[in-house]
Structure formats: C-alpha cells, structure tokens
Design a protein around this ligand. Structure first.
Ligand SMILES: Cc1cc2nc3c(=O)[nH]c(=O)nc-3n(C[C@H](O)[C@H](O)[C@H](O)COP(=O)(O)OP(=O)(O)OC[C@H]3O[C@@H](n4cnc5c(N)ncnc54)[C@H](O)[C@@H]3O)c2cc1C
Length: 395
C-alpha cells in the first residue's frame, strides 16, 4: 500500500502543474497516468511547438456554463507567471501572432520543464498506471491500480477531455464525477473542423489547402482569421474558433471581404475600370483559384460580362453572397481531431477557489475535465496551468 497526501490522476498540463504547486508546499504527491509517457497533448500541441499561453488571456476567452468560474484561478496564476517559469528554465519562445506564445524549438521543452519542477519538489510521476477503482476510505480515498493500492487524503482528477482518444483521452474524469454524485454537462467536440455535404465538397474540389482571411459568425459570436478549405470540409483558425459556438443544424455566416463594403467597392470599380470582370476584382483579395471557383459557382451568368454591363442589383447579389455567405456544415470531425472538449464536470459542483467538490470533501477537478473551454491561441493551456496551480495551493 502506497500512501500520499495527494494523488493526481492525469499527468497532463493541469496535473503536472498541480503536482508542482502542491509539492512546493511540502505535500507528498504522486501523479498517476495510464499513458506510456506524460504530457502527450503538450507534445503534439501547436504543431509540435506548444502554444503554451497567450499575452492577452482574459476570462472572456473562455466558454463555460458559469462565465465567472474561471476568473479566480486565472487571476492567481496568470500568463505572466507561466512566462516567468519558462524564462527561469531558459526556454526560448516567441509570439507568433495575436499574443500566442510558442516554443522556438519544441514542445518537449515544456514537458521537460514541468518534470524538472516536479522532481525538484519530490512530486512523483508514474506512467503506465491504470486506475481500476476509486473508493472512499474514511475522509480520504483508496485507489486500486495495476501498480497496487494507493491511499490519499486529497484526490485530484486531471484526466482532461475526450479529444484525440488515440493520445490516451478517456471519459474517466466524468465517470468519477458521476460515481460521487456530481453533475456533468453534455460534452461536444470544440476547436474542430467542419464537415460539408458531398455536394459542397464536390463544388470545392481542388481548393484543398486554399485559405482566405474571413470573418466567421454564428450564434452572436464572430472571429476574424483565416478559413482553410480541406478534403473533408472547412478548417483554419476562424472555423476552429466558431466551431465551439456552433450546434448541429446551425448555419454559419462567412464574410470573405471583412475590411470593405464590397457593394460600394464594386460600384467604384465599375466606374473606374468598367471593362474588368467580377473574378478579377475578387482575385485582388482572394486567391485567383478561389475567386475563379466562387465566380463559377455563384455568379456564372455574370462572370463573362464586364462590370459596366452589370446592374446594381447584380453587384448587390455578388456583395451579399461574398460578405454573408450562409454555410450549413453537416457536422464536425468530432473528437478524432478536436483540440478540446466542451462541457464536462459542472462548475457548480466545485469551488472556483480550491477546485474541491462541494459535495465530496477531498475530491478535486482541474483542467479540461471541467466545463471550462478556452478559445484557440494558448488559452486552454493557460487554464490548465492556472487551475492546476490554484488547486495545488489549497490541498
Ligand atoms: C492536437 C491538439 C493541439 C492542441 N494545441 C494547443 C495549443 O497549442 N495551445 C493550447 O492552449 N491548447 C492546445 N490544445 C488543448 C490542450 O492540449 C488541452 O486543453 C490541455 O492539454 C488540457 O490539459 P489537461 O491537463 O486538463 O488534460 P490533458 O493534457 O489531456 O491531460 C490528461 C492526462 O490524463 C491522462 N488520462 C486520461 N484518462 C486517464 C485514466 N483513465 N487514467 C489515468 N490517466 C488518464 C491522459 O493520458 C493525459 O496525460 C491542443 C489539443 C490538441 C488535441
């Protein structure tokens, strides 16, 4: 029988940060993970360079049933605290865009940093450890695992969400929450590409890899970044962001000319360059390939006519189609490629200060397993660091 003050299940971003935080306060800590190595999602994140935080992290960058829940932890361990840790370890990094910070070299630098910090405070990290059963024992917990029995007074669940099951994601955290009578909210894939009807895919065939700067909106929220045509549908940062706000059956609106009033622009071009064609004008903003294809699909009857021959109504049709393109995805690529899971353990069930269950003293939930989901751009890791740190300070 192994005894610890604190056992953390899940050696991902939140679990490792919690182990550092609790260990630094003199707690005996073990982190147990069923995977063959720790921090797999950190390693694969940001194209292998880990977008580890964002300069502009604010509570408004997070979705949750309770928009206030994330505020306390985010304010007690900020992006600047994590940047301080990265700098302490001499890890080179850079801002890519929009405050997004990436390692110059590789994501492994972040995992190594977390493991060095764990070791420095004697927090043990075990891989290949499957937790078979969790039971209440007195005021603490008894865990049965493939590496024997463990007891602890505080049990922290940091098993993350359901995205990328091949990387070790499981619904374990939700099962534990339900086992102890805590409410969980329905989960869906977030930050995920859209799939399209076979008909639309056929229309966009050959555009795979083409991108466009666009403003994409759905359910009262909009994002402005690139969209990317893929073999399966649409991806790119704008699409991933809006996917977290999209529900099955919803239509998204895409503005391919977010900086201008396209109708006014076309009117002006008609006056100044009456012999030019619609696709020429569109190709001054979009790629030629995309402009030609959209002109073929949407304005075939106009595309061979010079602007001078097009009526105001025709120009308005072009502007409306390009600036309010109504697109109905058939679905998303799901957890297989999603970066995050929306929903999860209901934040009403845990304290936003300590992350302890209100119903089950000694049981804690941190990171993505909770119903807190960040936007794309380093916010999800910042939530993992902040919730892990805050919880570790209270164990
Ligand atoms: C492809 C991809 C790229 C991403 N890129 C970024 C990025 O650049 N920036 C960003 O901010 N966010 C990014 N994210 C999101 C980010 O990785 C997660 O939000 C974050 O890792 C959540 O941290 P966590 O500690 O809560 O969970 P995780 O990091 O998922 O860790 C959970 C751990 O629990 C373990 N576990 C699960 N079930 C069990 C079980 N039954 N028993 C034992 N252990 C278990 C897992 O093996 C894992 O080690 C990305 C996600 C993906 C999938």
């Amino acid at each position: 029988m192994q005894e610890r003050d604190v056992i953390i299940i899940g050696a991902g971003a939140a679990g490792l940060m919690c182990a550092i935080s609790a260990g630094s306060r003199g707690k005996s800590v073990a982190v147990l993970d069923h995977a063959n190595k720790v921090g797999k999602k950190i390693l694969m994140s940001g194209g292998g360079r880990c977008n580890f935080t964002n300069y502009y992290t604010e509570p408004t960058n997070f979705l949750s049933g309770n928009e206030h829940f994330c505020k306390s932890a985010l304010s007690r361990f900020t992006q600047w605290d994590f940047i301080g840790l990265v700098e302490k370890h001499g890890i080179p990094y850079h801002e890519k865009k929009l405050g997004q910070l990436f390692c110059d070299n590789k994501a492994k630098d972040i995992v190594n940093m977390l493991l060095v910090e764990c070791e420095a405070v004697n927090s043990e990290v075990r891989t290949h450890c499957s937790v078979e059963k969790v039971e209440r024992q007195g005021s603490g917990f008894l865990l049965s695992t493939n590496q024997g029995k463990w007891t602890c007074s505080s049990l922290v669940i940091a098993t993350g969400g359901l995205s990328i099951p091949t990387m070790g994601a499981t619904g374990f955290g939700y099962d534990i929450a339900r086992q102890f009578g805590l409410k969980t909210l329905d989960t869906t894939a977030g930050l995920v590409p859209f799939t399209l009807t076979p008909n639309l895919l056929e229309q966009f065939e050959g555009l795979s890899g083409t991108s466009a700067d666009a403003s994409v909106s759905c359910n009262g929220t909009h994002f402005r970044e690139n969209i990317l045509f893929t073999h399966r549908g649409l991806s790119g940062p704008s699409i991933l962001q809006i996917s977290s706000y999209w529900r099955p059956g919803d239509t998204v609106e895409i503005n391919l000319f977010p900086d201008i009033d396209l109708y006014e622009h076309l009117k002006l071009q008609q006056k100044e360059r009456p012999k030019s064609h619609i696709n020429t004008i569109l190709a001054e903003t979009l790629t030629k390939k995309l402009a030609d294809r959209l002109a073929d699909l949407w304005f075939s009857e106009m595309k061979d006519k010079p602007l001078a021959e097009l009526s105001n109504d025709a120009l308005q049709t072009v502007a409306t189609q390009c600036q309010s393109w109504q697109l109905k995805p058939t679905g998303t690529e799901g957890y297989r490629t999603a970066e995050v899971t929306l929903g999860g353990v209901d934040t009403d069930e845990v304290s936003s200060k300590t992350f302890e269950s209100k119903k089950v003293p000694g049981l804690y939930f941190i990171g993505e397993v909770l119903d807190v989901t960040g936007h794309l751009g380093g916010f999800n890791f910042q939530w993992a660091w902040a919730s892990g740190h805050a919880c570790g300070q209270e164990l």
